[in-house]
Design a protein around this ligand. Sequence first.
Ligand code: GDP
Length: 429
Amino acid sequence: MVKAIVGANWGDEGKGKITDMLAEESDVVIRFQGGANAGHTIINEYGRFALHILPSGSFYPHVTNIIGNGVALDIQRLVNELKDITAQGVPAPNLIVSERAQLLMPYHILQDAYEEERLGGKAFGSTKSGIAPFYSDKYAKTGIQVCDLFDEERLRQRLDAAVERKNVMFQYLYHKPTLNADELFDQLMEYRELVRPYVGDAVTFVHQALREGKSILLEGQLGSMKDPDLGIFPMTTSSHTLAGFGCVGACVPPTSIEDVIAVTKAYSSCVGAKTEPFVSELLGDAGDELRRRGGDKGEFGATTGRPRRVGWFDAVATKYGCMVQGATQVALTCLDVLSYLDEIPVVTGYEIDGQVTTTFPVPGVLERAKPVFTVLPGWKCDIRGITDYDALPENAKKYVDFLESQIDAPITMVSTGPKRHEMTFRQAK
Ligand code: GDP
């Protein structure tokens, strides 16, 4: 049976913690989209880790971790991450890199940076990890698959064709140095040896695991708002962040996904360009305070270190985010962060052109949305680390009940701290 753990919002909802917790009882954990452009923070007995490309099951010797065909594979980043975690005492993870995954090439990273530079003030706020050029090339059919590394003639042809196109762009659009196909080929030969021990037929492995009744976790990156079809386009990422895409990016049958756990924080945070509409945003000193208190070390990007924009819980966006994920249950994280507040506003509607709606609008209209708040009383005591839901203060439980009533999806897990077992389980109403 397959469970997907995905983000209901803008990413950074705390999926890494939930995946790490559930991986304890799983056999296989699969990354199915995205690349090393976002990070999952995991705090466990080995220390604090920000995983970017490795699946979050990497800390358990009994888990097979898979980098699925839908992922943008940056081999150098993968190898560095493996070195980093083993240097901190984590046993080398069981890892399969799908032979069908495509390579995030050094020129994708260059192109990403050149394009942001060209756009200047109109830039997308890219992490410059090459993700948009990578997926553009994949769908333009000029990408290179991991399996091509083991077929030198095919690789050379594909590389020459890609470099020819890139050089026109680099020379005439960006006015930058051109690429040398021979050097790139040699680099790929080095990458081949680095990745060789992990490359495998993930598709057959996954289907065999399903036949054997194994439990599989799909680990999403970013969240609903960043999906190129259903998110806030074009302030999105370039791969699908929805559980449904797991069927493609991890190659599991659509009928096998029985459980979709949408993760959402008890407040909002959003990374990326300042120009992205973020209706529930909290600015000024109050915003700085929430950012400082948020997450386990403040709301700063796990990959980029950039300060995240923060805001109140947005029930309109989260209801939509859970709907498009097909959430069967919701994990609410970071409830402990709000313990300092006397009152906690929640966005329960958007006012657009004088009308209040609870339906999440298309991106152009979203820019005109103003938040409509419902204010709830705070609980004003430390709840960090509580593991019994009933032991939470009444106002904290009322806050959770209220959020659940607004998002049309059952909240079954409420997280009270960043560590693996700082978690309460709740009977949905
Ligand atoms: P992901 O990309 O969805 O895995 O999320 P990130 O790891 O980027 O961001 C979530 C942040 O919140 C990390 O710093 C986590 O350690 C932290 N975190 C997760 N759950 C909780 C929680 O319940 N309470 C607190 N205080 N921090 C949490």
